[in-house]
Design a protein around this ligand. Structure first.
Ligand SMILES: N=CN[C@@H](CCC(=O)O)C(=O)O
Ligand SMILES: [Zn+2]
Length: 413
């Protein structure tokens, strides 16, 4: 049966003509219709407009949105949501003064998560991950990217990607999988990074590609992890197998990873806590989306991505959670949007664009979701009764969601 939302106080992110993403000044425009209706059939947006042109209600399942807003569900383009256990111990170590780097050097960090994941069965990993996926769907996420990278052996990386595949099969939400074999050098290859790179390139990657387990290839391009030269090797190999680059760069140090991303036509370059003039410059007029992860900056007390500088330079920007057990144990996009406004000085319009249409682009989904456009998936947030969309970031630490719809169906609370 068709669904008709009526009396929507404001319908946000209305894009009659489809767009891929917004950049620079366009990021401050959030087109909307006040006192609107919206129709949905078979999970797809079929129409919208002003209530004065609302179709007759017969034959529709009616949803009265009086006092409430409707916007596209959040598009979270960077997560590590499939992981085993947690790292609460390291959290306490950091409170007591150890740095993220010191913890990693003592065998904590990514290697700690890899150790746990390697001894966790696929079934158990699926059970733990599905809880997190359900939680973020309830928090308004309507499309998500999930990375491997806590396996660091052939079997464990494939186990992670199989869990992502099962999530895809069992949930209505659009999920994109990324192979992040080069997340850290595993202990077994401590003194042989080249050997590990060969394993990733010559053994794991071809298997993943043959089984179509991932769309994207990622590398943690960072001092102490993988250099620019290592990153180039992995991206070139990934591209040979049809995987598109989406990479971790400029989190703690700026070593030229942004330039590498652009050189390899990465769909996105993510983190960007440290941005030099040349990093901003090289992103201009490219199709590579910069992605900021403000919850990671918050949790690790590291700099925030310089959003104002980047937007004023004419760049686009997407926002994502980075949901993972080490640097960001939160998949809450509402908090991301609020933190982007509060700490990065993005306006609510910019933050909503960054968390919807630009996030969709950063995972290759801007033709399917991220805006209110006829033909796109009806991935929607119906808010509580609120004053204006400014309340969404204003009420940080809380959310203003009444109901989330994914492909037209309400998500169970
Ligand atoms: N920086 C690299 N990877 C993750 C964190 C990994 C971890 O600490 O487990 C991130 O994006 O923040
Ligand atoms: Zn990450």
């Amino acid at each position: 049966m068709d669904t008709l939302f009526i009396n929507i106080k404001e319908l946000l992110q209305v894009r009659t003509a489809p767009i891929e993403f917004v950049s620079g000044k366009e990021m401050s425009e959030l087109p909307s219709i006040k006192n609107a209706y919206l129709t949905v059939r078979d999970g797809i947006i079929t129409g919208f407009g002003s209530m004065s042109n609302c179709p007759k209600t017969d034959g529709f399942k009616l949803i009265d949105a009086t006092g409430k807003l409707v916007l596209p569900a959040w598009c979270d383009s960077h997560t590590h949501l499939v992981y085993a256990g947690n790292r609460e111990g390291e959290f306490v170590d950091r409170i007591k003064g150890l740095s993220y780097e010191e913890i990693a050097n003592n065998g904590g960090g990514i290697l700690n998560s890899a150790k746990k994941l390697q001894v966790t069965s696929e079934e158990e990993l699926y059970q733990q991950s599905k809880v997190r996926l359900e939680e973020v769907m309830q928090l308004g996420t309507g499309a998500i990217e999930i990375k491997s990278g806590y396996g660091l052996t052939e079997d464990a990386e494939i186990k992670m990607l199989n869990v992502i595949k099962r999530l895809k099969e069992n949930y209505p939400i659009e999920i994109k999988a990324t192979f992040l074999g080069a997340h850290a050098v595993p202990s077994a290859y401590k003194n042989d990074k080249a050997g590990y790179l060969q394993l990733v390139i010559n053994s794991i990657l071809p298997k993943i590609a043959a089984q179509s387990l991932a769309s994207y290839i990622d590398v943690f391009c960072e001092t102490g992890y993988f250099s620019v030269a290592d990153t180039e090797l992995i991206l070139a190999a990934g591209k040979k197998h049809g995987l598109i680059p989406k990479i971790h760069v400029n989190q703690f140090t700026a070593i030229g990873g942004v330039q590498t991303g652009v050189k390899y036509n990465a769909l996105s370059v993510d983190h960007l806590e440290l941005m030099r003039e040349e990093d901003i410059e090289v992103l201009k007029n490219t199709r590579t989306m910069p992605v900021a992860l403000p919850s990671c900056s918050y949790f690790l007390s590291i700099p925030y991505t310089p959003a104002r500088k980047m937007i004023e330079a004419g760049l686009p920007l997407a926002l994502a959670t980075d949901y993972n057990p080490g640097s960001t144990p939160s998949g809450n996009m509402n908090f991301v949007v609020a933190t982007a406004c509060i700490k990065m000085k993005m306006t609510p319009e910019e933050a909503i664009n960054a968390a919807t249409i630009n996030g969709a682009y950063a995972m290759g989904l801007s033709d399917k979701t991220g805006s209110i456009t006829i033909g796109k998936q009806a991935n929607l947030i119906l808010t509580k009764q609120i004053n204006s969309f400014g309340c969404i970031p204003y009420s940080f630490g809380n959310h203003q969601i009444d109901t989330v719809y994914i492909k037209g169906m309400p998500v169970d609370k």
